[in-house]
Design a binder for this molecule. Sequence first.
Ligand SMILES: [Zn+2]
Length: 114
Amino acid sequence: MSEELRPCPFCGETVSLDYSELPNKKHWYITCDCCGMMYQAVVCQRKDTKTDWNNRPIEDALNARIAQLEAELATLKSENVNLSKKVTDYEKELRQSYKLDATSTAAGRSVRDE
Ligand SMILES: [Zn+2]
């Protein structure tokens, strides 16, 4: 199974891998038809060119950090829902213990009066 080429880091579009053979120079290169980016490998093997192109440690680290932060955000959203429910339940409990109707505030005034 061949390794897919990652998209262009400048515009995000797909890129293509080509081979050029001149009398004194043979090499694989990657180009982006969208923005004109060209990457010329210093290696001669097609497989190595793809591996070098796809090696992006900073991008990979950033994607891992984004995934970590999205997971933390999902946890915080879930905790927020739980806290909101606890506040609502506590408010109902207080209203029942002080015998307030749903429109009254804790200070004894009606919300409709404000
Ligand atoms: Zn591009």
